[in-house]
Design a protein around this ligand. Structure first.
Ligand code: DAT
Ligand code: MG
Length: 151
């Protein structure tokens, strides 16, 4: 399914460190399409809704403080197996356990500054895209090189 979508978010550390282009280019070069993209500083309500599954965890407040501290880049990526492949490209939650070659493994050190979010399942992706984007903010398009990326 070359139309699978995932929600990717560059956190305030990535934006402040001017890593937007570096990170976005990895998905683009791989062959994934950017079909939604915006910069915003999320409200507390939005950040808490995004991380609702972690609301009882000790790091929740710090996580929400961090996410609301500065701009994030909200992104919808589309392509075959986008959810799982993006997670592989991102690495694991702890940057020091993330392999070199992954985004976190190449560009971050600390779990609280791990620079990027990626949806963990197709269900989460649907929920998160709905939280961060209105339908009109996501485009339906097929790049002209489609046949050079997919057999
Ligand atoms: P992921 O972002 O890899 O999906 P997660 O959903 O378990 O990881 O946690 C969401 C974010 O919360 C994670 O990117 C960074 C932060 N976090 C997770 N575990 C943490 C911990 N033990 N200490 C501090 N922050 C943590
Ligand atoms: Mg997660």
């Amino acid at each position: 399914d070359s139309k699978e979508r995932t929600y990717i978010m560059l956190k305030p550390d990535a934006v402040n460190r001017r890593l937007i282009g570096e990170i976005l280019s990895r998905f683009e070069k791989r062959g994934y399409n950017v079909v939604g993209l915006k910069v915003l500083t999320p409200s507390r309500e939005l950040a808490e809704a995004h991380y609702a599954e972690h609301k009882e965890r000790p790091f929740f407040k710090g996580l929400v403080d961090f996410l609301t501290s500065g701009p994030v880049v909200a992104i919808v990526i589309e392509g075959d197996n986008a959810v799982a492949t993006a997670r592989t490209m991102i690495g694991v939650t702890k940057p020091q356990a993330s392999a070199p070659g992954t985004i976190r493994g190449d560009l971050s050190i600390d779990v609280g500054r791990n620079i990027i979010h990626g949806s963990d399942s197709v269900e989460s992706a649907r929920r998160e895209i709905g939280l961060w984007f209105r339908p009109v903010e996501i485009v339906d398009f097929k790049p002209v090189d489609h046949a050079w990326v997919y057999e």
